[in-house]
Design a protein around this ligand. Structure first.
Ligand SMILES: Cc1cc2nc3c(=O)[nH]c(=O)nc-3n(C[C@H](O)[C@H](O)[C@H](O)COP(=O)(O)OP(=O)(O)OC[C@H]3O[C@@H](n4cnc5c(N)ncnc54)[C@H](O)[C@@H]3O)c2cc1C
Length: 152
C-alpha cells in the first residue's frame, strides 16, 4: 500500500483475510466436496490441472458475465485483470507461481457488481476471502469466488 495516499479509514485492516474478523458468513458447517475435470481432453491439456476453471468461467461468460484472474502483463509480471471473452480469459490459464498484483481489481469488481454484472473471481484463498469481505453481503449474490488449492 502507498502510505502517502492512505486516509486512515481502516477498511484494509477490516477486510483483510488475515484479520480474525473478516467476513466468514458463507463458510459452510459441512462443506460439499466434488471432484471434477473437463470433458474435453484438449481443454485439460491447455490448462494447469483439470480445467475446472475453464468449464465454470465458460458458464459465466455465456451468461454475459465477466471473469477476473491472474494473467501476465509485460515481461513475466503477473497481475489480476478482467476478461469479458474466452480469448481474454484464456490468458488466466496455467499457474503462475508468484504473487499477482491486484492493482485496483477489488474496486473494479465492486463496480461491475453494482452495474448488475455476474462476476467470477479466481485467485488464491486469501485473495478471494479479502474480496468477499470487501464487497460485502449486499452485492454477494452475483459474485462467484473460485480459489485454487494454494500450498503457499
Ligand atoms: C501459487 C499456487 C500454488 C498452488 N499450490 C497447489 C498445491 O499445493 N496443490 C494443488 O493441488 N494445487 C495447487 N495449485 C493449483 C493448481 O496449480 C491449479 O492452478 C488448479 O488446480 C486450477 O487448475 P485449472 O486447470 O482448473 O486452472 P487453469 O484453467 O489452468 O487456470 C488457472 C487458474 O489459476 C489462477 N491463478 C494462476 N496463477 C495464479 C496466481 N499467481 N495467483 C492467483 N491465482 C492464480 C487463474 O486465475 C485461474 O483461475 C496452486 C496454484 C498456484 C497459482
Amino acid at each position: 500500500m502507498d502510505d502517502s495516499l492512505c486516509v486512515d479509514c481502516g477498511l484494509c485492516e477490516k477486510t483483510c483475510a488475515f484479520h480474525g474478523d473478516y467476513d466468514k458468513s458463507l463458510n459452510l458447517e459441512k462443506p460439499l466436496a466434488y471432484a471434477a475435470r473437463h470433458k474435453n481432453p484438449g481443454e485439460i491439456a491447455a490448462s494447469q490441472s483439470g480445467a475446472a476453471f475453464v468449464a465454470l468461467s465458460d458458464v459465466i461468460l455465456s451468461r454475459g458475465g465477466v471473469v477476473y484472474g491472474a494473467g501476465y502483463t509485460g515481461h513475466f509480471r503477473v497481475v489480476h485483470k478482467k476478461a469479458a471473452t474466452k480469448a481474454e480469459r484464456d490468458g488466466f490459464r496455467g499457474s503462475k507461481y508468484v504473487q499477482s498484483d491486484m492493482n485496483t481489481v477489488f474496486r473494479q469488481v465492486r463496480e461491475d457488481l453494482k452495474n448488475g454484472s455476474l462476476v467470477l473471481f479466481s485467485g488464491t484463498p486469501c485473495q478471494t476471502a479479502g474480496l468477499a469481505s470487501f464487497v460485502g453481503k449486499r452485492l454477494r449474490d452475483r459474485l462467484f469466488l473460485m480459489d485454487i488449492v494454494c500450498h503457499g
